[in-house]
Ligand binder design. Structure first.
Ligand code: AMP
Length: 113
């Protein structure tokens, strides 16, 4: 499968990995939009949030928990941050592998999209 995030999971392309466990891996976004910009993904290939099986719903909670942990490590837990999941074409999703963005370290826009 030609999926850039699956290739990061497989260690086939380099990434600045900040966290991983059996289910997820988190790495710095290659094109950061803020001082902290981390991508948190399931290791298993799920094309988008819309493809998430009901039985896998707890995965999103786990990803959010890891995002909180990474926000603490980045020193932005108190100042604030944003979690975002782009889904599908009009949702602005570019990489077709479910992922959550953790963005912070500067004042973010009060609008989404
Ligand atoms: P989205 O637009 O929500 O699909 O976000 C995809 C994100 O993946 C973008 O912010 C990209 O900069 C990021 N990205 C794409 N390829 C890589 C890579 N090889 N390593 C790290 N981040 C990447």
């Amino acid at each position: 499968m030609d999926c850039v995030f699956c290739r990061i999971v497989a260690g086939e392309i380099p990434a600045d990995i900040l966290y991983q466990d059996e289910e997820v891996i988190a790495f710095r976004d290659i094109n950061p939009v803020a001082p902290t910009h981390v991508v948190i993904i399931p290791k298993k290939h799920i094309p988008s949030l819309a493809h998430l099986p009901d039985a896998e719903t707890p995965l999103i909670g786990h990803m959010a928990k890891i995002a909180n942990q990474l926000a603490k490590e980045a020193g932005i837990f108190e100042s604030g941050y944003r979690l975002a999941i782009s889904c599908g074409e009009q949702g602005g999703q570019e990489v077709p592998h479910l992922h959550m963005h953790l963005v912070g370290g500067r004042q973010l826009s009060d609008t989404l999209g």
